[in-house]
Every structure is written in C-alpha cells, then in structure tokens.
Design a protein around this ligand. Structure first.
Ligand SMILES: Nc1ncnc2c1ncn2[C@@H]1O[C@H](COP(=O)(O)OP(=O)(O)OP(=O)(O)O)[C@@H](O)[C@H]1O
Length: 472
C-alpha cells in the first residue's frame, strides 16, 4: 500500500470511528483491512464470515459514505473474508487502541490487562466480537447493579469443577443499562486463564451459527463444540427466534446445566415475559438466579461519566470536564449508559474540533437531544396482581384460580382491566398470565370495569388509587 493510500485509509477509518462511535467501531471495524483501491471500487477484508455479513447488513452505506468523503468517485465496496494464512502472514490489524493503552494503565486496572489472552481463545470458538473496554475494571457498581455485578463476578472467578451456585444466571434490564458490559466482562475475566473456555454469543450469533451449521451439515460439530465449553454466555436472548433454533438452544441449555457447566443469559425482560420462547425454555431460565438491573441512579450515572472522561483522557490528555458539567449531565441524562457515553463523545469532539474548553453552556447545547422527558414507569402484570390482591385482601393465586366467588371475581376483573390499560400486553397474553384464561374473558372483564367506573364512585376511586400505587 502506498503512503498516500495508507493515509487515506486512516482518514476513512477516522471518519467511520466518529460516525459510529468508539464502541461500535472497535466491535465491528477494528479488524477490517484495506486490500486494494481500484478506480470506482474499494476492496476491504475482515477475518470472519460473520463480521462480513454483519457489516454488509448494518453498515455498508456508512462505509461507502466514508470512502466517498475521501474519494467521491468510489461507488462500490467489496468486502471479503481474508484467509487465515494471509492474516498470519501480514500480521493481523493492530490490537485495538485500548490494548495498547493497557500497558500504561495503573495497577488497579491490571484485571483488564490480564484478560488480554481472551480473544484468541474466544475467537477460535467462534464467539461474537468482544469490546476490550467492557471489563469489570471499567464497570461502575451502584445500588441498581450490585447484585448482578456480584453474581457475574462470582461466575467469572469460578474454577473448573467448582460447584455451580446459580445456573443459569439470568440478568435482565431495560435498554443500555449495562447487560452487555457485564456479560463481556465475565467473558474477558473467565478466559484470562487457560483453564476455562468461556464463550460469548449474541442470540443472533447463536442462530447464525446453528443455521449455518445446518446448511453445511456440520450441526453435530456445532452442538459438540458448544457443549464442550465451561461457561456459555448468551446476550440479547429476546432475539432468539425460530422453532428449531429454540429447540436447539433448549437442548444446549439442558446439556450444559446438567453437566454442571455455567450458563449466563441477558435479556431485556424477565424469563416469563419472553413470549416468543417455548414454555420449557422459559421455566428452565427462571430456575436459576434471575437478577434485574434497575435504571441507573444519579450517583451511578455520575460514576460512569467520570470513568468515561478518565478513559478519554488516555488518548486526549488535555480533555477536561468540570465537575459542575458532570453533575449537570448526570442529573439531566437519565435514560441509559449509551446516552452518557454519547454525551462525553460529543463534548470531546466539540472541544477538540473547536479547541475550546468544556463549559456548562456548551454542554447544555451539545446534549440537548439526549435529554428526554421522563418515561412513565414500566408496569408489570405481576405488580398489578400483587397490588390488587393486597388492596382486596385476597391472594395472588386466588386471582389466577378458577374460583368464581364474588370477592375474587371483581378484584380479578379489576386486575385484568389494569393490565390492559397500563401495559402493552395483548388480550390473549393477559389471559395466559391470569391462569390461562381465554382472551374473550379478559375482554369481558375490561368492558365490565370500564362500564362500572363511570357509574360507581367507590370503584372508580379504588381503581385510581391502584393506578397511583402502580405508577409511583
Ligand atoms: N455500570 C456501568 N458501568 C460502566 N459503564 C456502563 C454501566 N452501565 C452501562 N454502561 C455503559 O453503557 C453503555 C450501554 O451498556 P450495554 O451495552 O452494556 O447495555 P445493555 O443493557 O446491554 O443494552 P441493550 O439492552 O441495548 O443490549 C455501554 O457503553 C456500557 O459500557
């Protein structure tokens, strides 16, 4: 590659990095190489088929746009999988910057450095790409995630042959609250020794691996490979689809758990709410330790922002964010970790490009679209059943039972009415969650209570009070 091409390629990568953000860049593009540039087309390569298909599906437009910004005549990107021979000969792309940075990290960060051997082990097993920054060292612990963190740590530090304490470990939370971070931390730490094999797969990658192995008639090998690992870590389980894949996942889960191997799963909802999954899988998942990570509290948000600034300063020593700005961001950006990271990236970009220090005024302007109105609390059917049962002095199992005495029928109807009006669940789903009732029964209950609240003041007050309790 000529010097000119090399420089141009560096600039394209720079554009790509700032367009998709550091996280996405290091997950998907860190190992993308330039092979050749021909008049109107650019030939790039990546080391695995999965990376190729992922980039083609999700980022092909972006990659093209970044090239066109440097060479307007380019109208096509050819992406191929490079052979292992070539990769070895040309020495893979340099390690992501974070690895290199580790050399200069203080001793307290040694864990993440110690985790460095993981990729080869993990890549050889066909795992999903890991982000070197998502380690225990960079995970900030607060009230909302203490239990999940402790359980994940315990799993990561287990040894082969140790009794497995909670299996599977199932972590769930809303979007961007640190599930992937924690799961990847388990993988890095677990693979840092040579003793155990920890495999991190997104549910999509699991499906992809299974479907691909079926096509090439190597599904037996795929199953054997999966069952040969010590810890299976599956992220974003809510995306697992397809009957055959689910059946395979169920077999793998059973085989691993029965053999005393650890399984760790993350999803955006509790097992009972994974509606597309088979009942057997749901109950197996619920049978271990289920931990919810609550939304990030303000103190935790502040901690995450501070750690992001420290991380950014390893590359940009002059970057500084005053405490007042950090406190403002922690207070105003309430939704998730991704927005916090985005805010720091913007401040960094702005202060670098304009060579200006970060001020409160600048921060307010830069992050204004990240400040969203408070979303109403997500209410769960179990909460409704619990609160209604308490109010009417019946038990939750009374509400789910087939008993038809008046003292149970009315509370049950109220609970179904609240489930319909306060959640996004469908009538059949509500029916299932109320002891397997038909959707017409739910519809009848909803109409009945709708009709009564407009006439019966006592009932209307009761329903309002229940709503308030649930929304608090
Ligand atoms: N406790 C934490 N400490 C440090 N960083 C955190 C923490 N929680 C979240 N983050 C950061 O927030 C961002 C989003 O987190 P992550 O991707 O792990 O969320 P998620 O729960 O897996 O989201 P999704 O449901 O979309 O998959 C990441 O950059 C992550 O590093």
């Amino acid at each position: 590659m000529s010097n000119m091409e090399h420089d141009r390629w560096s600039r394209v990568k720079g554009r790509l990095r700032s367009s998709v953000g550091e996280d996405v860049y290091s997950s998907w593009f860190a190992r993308m190489d330039l092979e050749a540039v021909q008049q109107e087309s650019v030939h790039l390569s990546v080391p695995t088929r999965f990376l190729k298909s992922w980039i083609q599906t999700h980022y092909s437009e972006k990659v093209l746009t970044c090239w066109q910004a440097e060479m307007p005549e380019v109208c096509r990107i050819d992406l191929t999988v490079r052979s292992p021979m070539r990769a070895a000969a040309t020495k893979e792309a340099p390690a992501p910057a974070e690895h290199r940075r580790d050399e200069h990290r203080p001793a307290a960060d040694a864990r993440s450095h110690a985790a460095a051997p993981a990729p080869s082990n993990h890549d050889a097993l066909g795992g999903s790409p890991l982000d070197p920054r998502l380690t225990f060292a960079s995970f900030v612990v607060g009230r909302s995630n203490t239990l999940a963190h402790a359980a994940a740590k315990q799993v990561a530090e287990g040894r082969r042959g140790d009794p497995v304490m909670f299996n599977p470990l199932y972590i769930h939370s809303g979007v961007g609250l640190g599930k992937t971070h924690l799961l990847q931390a388990v993988t890095w730490a677990g693979n840092s020794g040579t003793e155990r094999k920890v495999l991190y797969l997104t549910a999509e990658k699991f499906m992809y691996g299974f479907v691909a192995s079926l096509k090439t008639q190597t599904s037996l090998a795929f199953k054997e490979a999966l069952r040969g690992i010590d810890v299976l870590v599956i992220d974003d389980l809510q995306f697992l689809q397809g009957k055959t894949t689910q059946a395979e996942f169920c077999h793998t889960l059973n085989a691993l758990i029965d053999a005393g191997r650890q399984v760790v799963v993350a999803a955006d909802r509790p097992p009972a709410d994974l509606e597309s999954l088979d009942e057997r899988v749901r109950s197996r998942l619920a049978g271990g330790l289920v931990v919810e990570m609550a939304p990030l509290g303000e103190e935790l948000r502040l901690g995450i922002l501070k750690s992001r600034v420290v991380a950014a300063r390893t590359h940009h020593a002059s970057f500084d964010v005053p405490q007042s700005v950090l406190e403002y961001l922690a207070h105003a950006i309430t939704h998730n970790g991704r927005d916090l990271e985005g805010a720091i990236n913007r401040l960094l970009a702005h202060s670098k490009l304009n060579a200006q220090p970060v001020t409160l005024e600048m921060a307010e302007h830069e992050v204004r679209d990240l400040i969203r109105p408070q979303e109403p609390k997500r209410i769960k059917i179990e909460d409704i059943q619990r609160v209604v049962a308490r109010q009417y002095n019946v038990s939750r199992s009374d509400l789910l039972s087939s008993r038809r005495t008046a003292n149970v029928v009315r509370p049950r109807q109220v609970a179904m009415y609240l489930a319909k009006t306060l959640t996004l669940r469908s009538l059949p789903e509500i029916g299932r969650r109320f002891g397997g009732r038909d959707h017409t029964t739910v519809l009848h209950a909803v109409r009945k209570i709708e009709g009564l609240v407009s006439k019966d003041v006592t009932l209307s007050d009761e329903v309002e009070s229940l709503k308030r309790q649930l929304q608090e």
